[in-house]
Design a protein around this ligand. Structure first.
Ligand code: T46
Length: 136
């Protein structure tokens, strides 16, 4: 599995830091939706699904968290602990988010509007989907 963890342009000086990224330049899609996850309960695990089409960048803009990625044949965990780094998560990838630090904020840039039909929320359905995709 190829992990795409990207460091975004950051302007840092004595007064602070500013990170920026531009659609179709720094990330490979137009951003249609932004959401963020915060006020996360202690020990919470979220995610537990894959997407059929959606592409996303996950940026832990405050604190840290761990993202588990499973492509059906390999499982990897990636720590996000910098507001200037983003993790690309493409289609056909089971994800779980956990080990959130107190006060962590996870920002997500998404390539599509929200569509529940794009979600695969059962792990067995995900395994079947991966098998079907491999046949094509
Ligand atoms: C993902 C990970 C990283 C909406 O109505 N609109 C939205 O744009 C989103 C993202 C969610 N929702 C609704 C759907 C559920 O009823 O909000 C509720 C919580 O969503 P969910 O349980 O899917 O949240 P997470 O944190 O498990 O997953 C989210 C994204 O849904 C998912 O695409 O990749 O963050």
């Amino acid at each position: 599995m190829k992990i795409v963890k990207q460091h975004f342009h950051t302007n840092k000086n004595d007064t602070g830091s500013l990170t920026f990224l531009e659609a179709m330049r720094d990330i490979p899609f137009m951003v249609k939706r932004i959401y963020y996850i915060y006020d996360i309960a202690k020990e919470a695990r979220r995610g537990f699904h894959a997407h059929k089409e959606l592409e996303q960048y996950l940026i832990c803009i405050h604190g840290e968290c761990t993202i588990l990625l499973d492509d059906g044949s390999e499982v990897r965990e990636v720590n996000l602990n910098s507001p200037s780094e983003g993790l690309y998560v493409g289609p056909g990838m089971w994800r779980e988010m956990h080990a959130f630090s107190h006060g962590a904020v996870l920002l997500v840039l998404a390539s599509e509007y929200y569509d529940e039909n794009d979600y695969i929320r059962k792990y067995q359905d995900f395994c079947n989907y991966i098998k079907e995709m491999a046949k094509k």
